[in-house]
Unconditional design. Sequence first.
Length: 143
Amino acid sequence: MKWRRYLQGEFGRYLVAGGLAFLCDFSVLYLLTEVVGTHYLLSAFFGYMAGLVVSYSMNIKWVFAYRKYDSWLAELSIFNLIVVIGLLLNESLIYWLVEFQSVNYLHAKIVTTGVILFFNFFAKKWFLFRSPVVSAVPGIQND
């Protein structure tokens, strides 16, 4: 079963972690907008940040097998840069879908999540959790 093996790998674990982060993000978005009465873009920001906490902790402890940096500060800084870019994409896409395409903000969040999921996975994998390529020549690593 190729799918089973595929889902047990990093991307499969990333989907599970991302799903939990999304539930946290989406819940905060909904509660702040519908219960508290916060503007949907501000709610989306706080939801994204709540999901970030879940995502980061699961990414470093469970999802990725290799950590490129020994320094947690360097790793967190790059992780946050990726997250900020993802956040800007998130906010922009939600705004565009709601304001110019007349999509409900919750539906816009679901669509946007799909885009951000792939961006975040590949950016994090490339910049943070990609192991170096080992050369055929002993003692030399290629990056």
